[in-house]
Write a protein that binds this ligand. Sequence first.
Ligand code: PEP
Ligand code: MG
Length: 854
Amino acid sequence: MEAGVARGGSAAEFVRLRVHAPAKGWLLPLEATPDPAFASGALGPGVTLELLDDVIRAPCAGEVAAVAGERHAVTLDCGNGAQILIHCGIDTVSLKGEPFEPLVAVGDRVETGDPLLRVDLEALVAAGKSAATPIVLVEAGGCSLSFRSDPDGLVEPGAELFELHREGARGANGDPRVENGPVATREVILPLPHGLHARPCAAIAAEARRWPAMVTLRTDGRSAAAGSTVGLMKLGATLGARVEIEARGEQAEAAVEAIAALIERGAGDEIAEPHAAPQAPGQPVILRRANPDGPTEPGLLSGVAAAPGKAIGPAYYVHRARIEVTGNAESPPAEKARLRDALSVLRARLADEDDGAGAAIASAQLAILEDEELVAVAEAKIDAGGSAAGAWQAVMQREAEALRALSDARLAERADDLLDLEQRMLRILLGRESEATAPAGAIVIASDLYPSDLKPLRAAGVAGIATVAGGPTSHLAILAASAGIPMAVAFGEPLCGVEEGELVYLDGDAGTLRHAMAREEVEELRKNLADREASYCAALATAQREARLASGERIEVFANIGSVADAEEAVRLGAEGSGLVRTEFLFLDRAEPPSEAEQAEIYAAIIESFGDRPVSIRTLDIGADKPAPYLPLAKEDNPALGVRGIRVGLRYPELLAGQMRAILRGAGGRTAHIMAPMVSSAGEFAQLRAMLDRVLAETGHAAPVRLGAMVETPASALIAGTLAREADFLSVGTNDLTQYTLAADRTNSDLARDLDALHPAVTRLVGIAAEGCRAHGRMLGICGGAAGDPLAAAVLVGLGARELSVSAARVPEIKQWLSALTLEQCRAAAEAALAAASAEEARGELGRLLGRAE
Ligand code: PEP
Ligand code: MG
């Protein structure tokens, strides 16, 4: 070949290097090059560019290794021994350098986009030569090459052509050492409540880059290189998704295991509460309007509920004009410095966010800014002549578009984070720092808002937010909920018919907005709001009182908790103990089980928070759908019907005995309440009791211990009498009892409507369990979600429950509700529910009976 190639090696080492278009032109696959030497790949892999520019720029940073004697080709040493040849035109050696002007010399150090060679295209074409310019990896050195997209079509200078990977750093297509190297795969079920969003993606990408293997994540027919944060976000994986991790090449197995363990630990996020209802894997969130058929009343607009609460106030339009970038760029180094400076400013602002949910969301946005890939692409655009602002805008808009194009509502919401970061950076870069603002008490109407708009709106004291677009689980919605600002989204264009200044009523629970109201209507709604507020304040004011029915019977209202922080919050809201401490959080997010000492310390802190009030600690409720990496539980086709709950504990007796010892230590001299999940036979309970007896004998623990069983299956409800003979107490888990009675998977969002604990079959089973407890003088508690549902709570008390354990937030209201009911009313409610033909009928009848419309 005519270009003399010097042996390089002084260029910087790299792990991954993007190679960009050196000029504007039509991109063709190398095979289409009108020269058999290039087309056959004999000179190395690469692409060909039909030149449309007369300046050839450096496709990547490197050192000029050679300039052909006939000035028509330049070779760059890019590091790791890799060399790229840019050969301007075909058979141009015969032109004896005539139309070419080299702009660099051997040994020059160049950055991406620096001019290398000027070519007189007209002269080249006039000489009958093809302007096809192969860009090939003539020396692979320790590198391999991968294409990121099909080489086809018109490209601008700086467009990405391919990527080089340092051998052993990340593999690539076509590299035999990767392709023929070991392959390891493993599937994980995503335990992240918010799916693969920016923060966990950044953690996974960082882990993937540590390994020499090429790691890919796949889910639901999509795949992404594990080293790219934004690529992983674009997978759109949601809670419960099956994600396949594949690694190829050196240390493939170790890489897969490390990434799987990281994901199972939550990748820096909280992992989902055990058995929390996930979205069905791979299913997009469908934005459902509160009223799908549109408004049925004049003046009532239907959107989607996004943050709870209701408010009345004057409508106020917030227009957030998007900044569009125009203007020229300075030199690439100056623009790159501006970009880096602005990034530092924005990162510092995000890192400063220390306000609860705001901090969590800021850290997710920070993770996006830390994606090297975004910054590298922006820098390449600057190298190709763009300004910092223009390059940043182009990159962020492209990524946001890619997320939106997945037509997944949740991902579309994450696209707002990218656009928020785009606009915030532009405000910094262009010195246009302005904040969204509105008068105190206003209901903000906007086409869409970004997460960063919430802070100033909150500071201004707005009463509510309604948007034309947006989604209910967007970061803006999460921030609004945590700030207590009612919000509804996705109203569509009809929202723009609201007049600025008119009084509107926003219902963040129903996702509706009422406008064009008559004065009487406004007054009535205002009165309702004031009543609601007063009722909540009254419930809170009396929340510390002992819970009793109006007829005087004592009913204990407890809280279900999962951590020390939950315990403290529960006590603040008046919980009289805890009927369910879910201990799974201690066991699931780690590679090894927690030590007894670690468990004991946490149990002690939880028990301590409740003072003298009773605390039932549930032994670990894990199973095949919530795998603990250190337990060799087999993958099951039907995990809900598999080895879970007490079945796991009895198969791993040391784990369970260890937990019992830790609970006893945590309780110290207080009465320890130990409760086992998913007990379905007397034999299981007998084994449990024998294990506890052994532990007590070994430890010499002398303080009182009560051992209870959860009633979560029809089997255990039907044999509750037998269980109650042996157990010190029983507690009905209505969530699982409903799922197993109705054969309706509680994790399947499609069945959510059918999963009503007021289904008469469930009510009858609870009645049988209550009867079993009564026969043996045992206390019946309820710790499933039904206990926090006012109508169901009345029924449960009527059936015989004397302890209701509800989520902490519901404690004040349930206490207040019970204090207004007599035992007679509760018994009548139970009778009505038992006699109903369906859950709907039960609800209708109970509403009438108890004077409570739901
Ligand atoms: C239940 O099943 O009702 C229960 C309280 O347990 P969990 O929700 O943790 O399965
Ligand atoms: Mg359960």
